[in-house]
Design a protein around this ligand. Structure first.
Ligand code: ZN
Ligand code: ZN
Length: 150
């Protein structure tokens, strides 16, 4: 699996498709642009809603399959799930996540924002640790504000 630590950066969508030998279609480009643009880790259904603004006839199935394909070749990634729905992340640089336990939003946390502990040197013969991600949990600003003024 592609790890973000190398930091593939945000290549131009067109270039990215070409470098993975994917046929460039306007629909694929749009899906890729949408996933790269978002910071809210949308599901395929949500991305479908956004892509449909430009391509009203595109099916959910097409969007879902395209996202699967992107994730498999490492130009976007699956977010560790908190619901049954699979969510996608277009940010390939190493980063952590904040999960709001109220609204279920997942926000990106840059590694610089955290005092990162060193790589765990676990003595475990089942695996060797090469990277880790931190999952923060709590209540986001929006939810806090909502709870303060009812
Ligand atoms: Zn929230
Ligand atoms: Zn993320």
């Amino acid at each position: 699996m592609e790890q973000g630590s190398k930091g593939q950066g945000k290549k131009e969508p067109l270039e990215l498709l070409r470098s993975h030998n994917l046929r460039v279609t306007p629909q694929r480009l749009e899906i890729l642009k949408q996933i790269q643009r978002t910071e809210d880790h949308p599901s395929a259904t949500e991305l479908h809603r956004r892509v449909r603004r430009k391509f009203p006839n595109i099916s959910l199935d097409t969007v879902a399959r395209t996202l699967e394909q992107f994730a498999k070749i490492g130009i976007c990634r699956w977010v560790e799930g908190y619901d049954d729905v699979r969510r996608y992340d277009g940010m390939m640089e190493r980063h952590h996540h904040f999960h709001c336990i109220r609204c279920k939003r997942i926000l990106d946390v840059r590694p610089e924002a955290l005092e990162e502990p060193p790589l765990p040197s676990l003595r475990d013969e089942r695996f060797k640790v090469i990277d880790f991600r931190i999952l923060l949990e709590g209540i986001c600003k929006k939810c806090m504000e909502r709870e303060q003024d009812p």
